[in-house]
Design a protein around this ligand. Structure first.
Ligand SMILES: [Zn+2]
Length: 203
């Protein structure tokens, strides 16, 4: 969460035009995504997800998932399958199965997209990037493991973080907590890599 606050702080620091009520956008197609069938028979933790080429994603994802998750598009508001999903468990990346959000942090924002006030286990779930598309300055949220575009984060969320992660349903699949326990190593591994990267940058 410190990193998230730092990125958001940077935006303020440099006086960029930041619009906290900007929504996700209106681009999108009607077909729903796949339910992660390509992830069921593979050892997700051993795959070099960032090295997967466009041809692979074209084979395993639906057209809508390709447009949103791999090309940075946005699904139409109030059309996503997880908008009203209140089941307990976790939401994972529909591209690579990485655990992203705990259902406990999902809240009704009224914006038309699934909204969360925090990420799963604070670190190693998502990465943030400044996005200057469409004449706005927003903070893009990406999957930390495969780099899939997920949505944006804004500073008009509820307590305790004050953040609103505005996420496209098509980039998410719902899974149980036992799935999250099985995949906790992926998050630990990403944190380890991030720490060693920081150390080598300081040298
Ligand atoms: Zn992913």
């Amino acid at each position: 969460m410190n990193r998230i606050m730092a990125v958001l702080g940077l935006v303020t620091l440099f006086g960029m035009s930041y619009n906290p009520i900007a929504q996700c956008g209106t681009k999108g197609r009607s077909s729903e995504g796949t339910n992660g069938a390509h992830l069921k028979k593979v050892d997700q933790d051993k795959i070099a997800w960032t090295k997967k080429k466009a041809g692979y994603w074209k084979k395993v994802l639906s057209r809508k998932q390709l447009l949103v998750c791999r090309q940075g598009g946005t699904e139409r508001a109030f059309t996503g399958k997880h908008l009203y999903n209140k089941k307990s468990g976790v939401f994972v990346c529909s591209s690579c199965g990485h655990v992203l959000f705990d259902a406990k942090t999902k809240f009704k924002s009224g914006t038309g997209w699934p909204s969360f006030y925090d990420v799963f286990k604070k670190r190693g779930a998502v990465k943030l990037k400044v996005d200057r598309s469409y004449g706005m300055v927003r903070i893009e949220v990406k999957c930390a493991r495969c780099g899939a575009h997920l949505g944006h984060v804004f500073r008009d969320g509820p307590k305790p973080t004050g953040l609103r992660f505005c996420i496209n349903s098509v980039c998410l699949n719902h899974r149980s907590y036992s799935y999250a326990r099985k995949h906790k190593n992926a998050i630990a591994e990403l944190n380890k890599r991030r720490k060693s990267k920081k150390k080598s940058a300081r040298r």
